[in-house]
Write a new protein. Structure first.
Length: 363
C-alpha cells in the first residue's frame, strides 16, 4: 500500500533510474529496506488474518424472524465438530435469550427442490443456544405437519422453547417443511409423476441445505425425521428407507403406511393403479428390504388415548420399527384426541431423545 501511494508522489515521478543515480548506493539500500519492511508487514497481516479465521465464529446468513427481528444463522463449522456431548461443555451466557426464533425460509433462504416438488416455504426454528454469538453444533430435526394442513412451525417451536427452558437454552434446530405441496394433496411420501420428487426433497435437498447452511451436528445419530399424522407416516417411511440419513424417527399420531385412510385414492393418484409399487413403498416392506441396517437407531411413537384410530396406527408403526431393529418406545397421551395430542406428544417424545442427542446427561 505504501508503494502504491508513493507512485503518485511528485518527488518520485521521474523514472526510477534517475533518483537512484543521483542518490547513489545509500538510496538503493533505502529502497530495499523499505520493500523488506512492506513484505514483513504483509506477512504479519496474513498471519493475524489466518489466526482470526481459526478462532472467530464462522460468518453465517441473516434471517428475519416471524416477529420482525434480524438474527444471524451461524454457519457450519469445518471438520467433524466436537466429540463431547453438547451438554457436557455448554455454559449458557448471561444474556441468553428466553425464547428461540422462527425464521421463514423464503427468498435467498428458500430450500430448493431438485426433482420438481412444489413445496411451500419451510421455516427454521433456532433455539436460544443457537442465537448466541458462537453457538455449539446442535442436533437437527426435520418436522412435518398433517394433511390437510400447512408447514406451521407454531406447535414445535412452542414445545422446543419449553424444553430449552429446562436445559439451559439447549434444544435441536428444527426445519419445519412441507411434504404436501397444497393443503389437500397427499403425495404419499414418494416421488411420483403426479406430485414430483417429495422423497428426494426430504432425503437429499433438505439434508444438503442443512449441512451447508446450519451449525448442526453431522452424525446421523443427531438427526431426527419427525412428524404429526400424515407427517408422522412420512417420518416412519423415510426413517426406514434412509437409515444412512436419519438416526431417529418420531411419529406423533402417525400413519403406519401412506394413505391408510384413503388407500384407493392414493393407489390411483400416486401409484397409477400399480398395486405392487404401492406395496413396495410401505414401511413394512422397506424395513424388510433394509434388514440389518437399524442397529443404534431410535424410534418414538405417541398417540392420544382418546384417538383409537391413530392409537392402533402408531402401535402398528412401533411394531414395524421394533421388528426392523430400532430401539422403540410408544406413549399414550392422557385425555387427548388426535389434534390435542400434538404438543403433549412433542413434550413426551423428545425428552426421550435428549440424552441421545447430547442435550442432557446420559442415564
Amino acid at each position: 500500500m505504501r508503494f502504491l501511494e508513493g507512485r503518485s508522489d511528485p518527488r518520485i515521478r521521474p523514472p526510477f533510474g534517475v533518483p537512484i543515480a543521483a542518490h547513489g548506493l545509500r538510496s538503493r539500500r533505502g529502497h530495499l529496506l523499505s520493500l523488506l519492511f512492506v513484505l514483513l508487514l504483509l506477512i504479519a497481516a496474513l498471519a493475524v488474518h489466518e489466526t482470526l479465521a481459526r478462532v472467530a465464529p464462522a460468518a453465517g446468513a441473516t434471517g428475519t424472524t416471524t416477529r420482525g427481528a434480524t438474527v444471524r444463522i451461524a454457519a457450519p463449522l469445518p471438520g467433524p465438530g466436537p466429540a463431547a456431548p453438547v451438554a457436557d461443555t455448554w455454559r449458557a451466557p448471561g444474556d441468553l435469550p428466553e425464547q428461540g426464533a422462527v425464521v421463514p425460509l423464503s427468498g435467498a433462504l428458500r430450500i430448493p427442490s431438485t426433482a420438481g416438488f412444489a413445496a411451500r416455504s419451510a421455516s427454521l426454528y433456532l433455539p436460544p443456544a443457537a442465537l448466541t454469538p458462537d453457538p455449539p453444533p446442535l442436533p437437527l430435526i426435520v418436522f412435518m405437519m398433517g394433511q390437510p394442513g400447512s408447514p406451521d412451525p407454531g406447535p414445535i417451536s412452542e414445545a422446543m422453547d419449553r424444553l430449552a427452558s429446562e436445559h439451559h437454552g439447549l434444544a435441536p434446530i428444527v426445519i419445519v417443511a412441507d411434504q404436501l405441496g397444497a393443503p389437500d394433496n397427499n403425495p404419499a411420501c414418494v416421488d411420483s409423476a403426479a406430485f414430483g420428487g417429495v422423497e428426494e426433497y426430504f432425503t437429499t435437498d433438505i439434508p444438503h441445505w442443512a449441512r451447508t447452511h446450519l451449525r448442526i451436528a453431522k452424525d446421523p445419530s443427531a438427526w431426527t425425521i419427525a412428524g404429526f399424522s400424515n407427517g408422522g407416516g412420512c417420518a416412519l417411511a423415510w426413517g426406514i428407507a434412509h437409515p444412512d440419513v436419519w438416526g431417529n424417527v418420531v411419529s406423533l399420531s402417525g400413519e403406519s403406511f401412506q394413505g391408510t385412510e384413503f388407500p384407493d385414492e392414493v393407489l390411483q393418484q400416486v401409484f397409477g393403479g400399480d398395486e405392487a409399487a404401492y406395496e413396495a413403498a410401505k414401511p413394512a416392506t422397506t424395513a424388510a428390504r433394509n434388514a440389518g441396517r437399524f442397529a443404534g437407531h431410535v424410534a418414538v411413537f405417541t398417540a392420544g388415548d382418546q384417538d383409537p384410530v391413530f392409537t392402533e396406527q402408531t402401535k402398528r408403526s412401533a411394531q414395524i420399527a421394533h421388528d426392523a431393529g430400532f430401539e422403540t418406545s410408544w406413549f399414550a397421551i392422557p385425555g387427548a384426541d388426535h389434534t390435542s395430542a400434538l404438543v403433549p406428544g412433542l413434550l413426551r417424545a423428545f425428552p426421550e431423545l435428549y440424552p441421545r442427542l447430547g442435550l442432557a446427561p446420559q442415564g
